[in-house]
Design a protein around this ligand. Structure first.
Ligand SMILES: Nc1ncnc2c1ncn2[C@@H]1O[C@H](COP(=O)(O)OP(=O)(O)OP(=O)(O)O)[C@@H](O)[C@H]1O
Length: 316
């Protein structure tokens, strides 16, 4: 089986403005793929192209195994669904009525059974007869997700599914995305929330008109930042340079600011934190230091994102 989404040299121009420039990536089937980037980075434009809503200026696109072309649009649409940021539900209709309306609009067979399954998937069966307008934002988002599930899509495009939700409602949506993964649905997740991307996504792409990077979150952290150890001692070392430069595993070091009052922190660049840590600890003890901690320094996905996006903004 081929990839769920395959994009090659994708470019989209609106008049003079290039919204997406020569972007290539692929998404494996069953993968949760995070699509990140600052405002105006071309994320929605890319999703609209992949969802057959607008045509690319150039480049090749395959969605759910089908090459994108005018003739194939209908075939692709039958296999995907898009959950836009604004749920777009009829507020005066009940949850069930909304789902019935969209199931009919999509021309889906076996409507009642589908609606039942979709309501179960988002745990909303008991609210089926409530008017959508009376639901909280989080519950409406769940109805939108149920609507997107009606067609049993192979690939789902979720645009900011947790935008404006409180932490509990967002947590629920995260749970639903995990359920989708368990069912083998490919999830293409556009988000501004780096914590969300880090927790949910198998791989992440960072866009800023062109593709800045793509990879597993831990991979991105590792390739972008040199590995280091964070050392905290109960009091400043008398001669830290003498302690650290004597260690072959330590490439360089600097003070890292105290973790707490009276303690002292040091950041050591090393090739392998796990191999370097015991030697560093022994050297500190030999130097008479009270060691509070020796840990691998963890860069967050936010560090990666800011490094890539700010660099780019600096250039422009
Ligand atoms: N229909 C359009 N006509 C002209 N310009 C457009 C159109 N749609 C998008 N753009 C421009 O293309 C660029 C990318 O927009 P896009 O909406 O894809 O960004 P985004 O990454 O989704 O941003 P956000 O995070 O703010 O939603 C922007 O400069 C935008 O103004």
């Amino acid at each position: 089986m081929g990839a769920a989404v395959e994009v090659g040299g994708l470019t989209k121009r609106f008049g003079e403005r290039t919204a997406v420039a020569d972007v290539s990536f692929s998404v494996a089937r069953g993968e949760v793929f995070g699509f990140l980037g600052p405002n105006g980075a071309g994320k929605t434009t890319t999703v609209r192209i992949l969802g057959t809503l607008i045509a690319p200026t150039s480049g090749s696109v395959v969605v759910a195994g089908i090459p994108l072309s005018r003739a194939n649009e209908g075939e692709i649409r039958r296999r995907i669904s898009i959950m836009p940021e604004a749920p777009g539900l009829y507020r005066r209709l009940t949850v069930a009525e909304n789902l019935q309306f969209f199931a009919r609009l999509y021309g889906l067979p076996g409507r009642e059974a589908r609606i039942g399954r979709a309501l179960d998937a988002v745990r909303l069966r008991d609210r089926a007869d409530d008017a959508c307008g009376s639901l909280s934002k989080g519950l409406r988002q769940r109805v939108a997700l149920a609507r997107a599930l009606l067609s049993d899509p192979e690939v789902m495009f979720l645009d900011e599914p947790t935008s404006g939700l409180d932490p509990v409602a967002a947590h629920e949506v995260h749970g639903l995305i995990r359920t989708l993964r368990e069912r083998g649905v490919t999830v293409f997740l556009t988000t501004h929330r780096l914590d969300e991307a880090e927790r949910l996504c198998d791989r992440i792409a960072i866009m800023n008109t062109s593709l800045q990077t793509v990879g597993r979150p831990d991979e991105l952290r590792r390739t972008l930042f040199s590995r280091s150890l964070e050392v905290t001692t109960a009091a400043p070392l008398a001669d830290p340079g003498r302690v650290f430069t004597a260690l072959p595993a330590v490439e360089s070091w600097r003070s890292n600011g105290p973790a707490a009052e009276a303690s002292a922190g040091y950041l050591l660049a090393v090739t392998d934190p796990v191999l370097a840590a015991p030697g560093v600890t022994r050297a500190l003890v030999m130097a008479g230091a009270d060691v509070l901690s020796v840990t691998e320094s963890r860069h967050t996905l936010e560090d990666v994102y800011l490094e890539l996006v700010e660099d780019r903004e600096g250039e422009s």
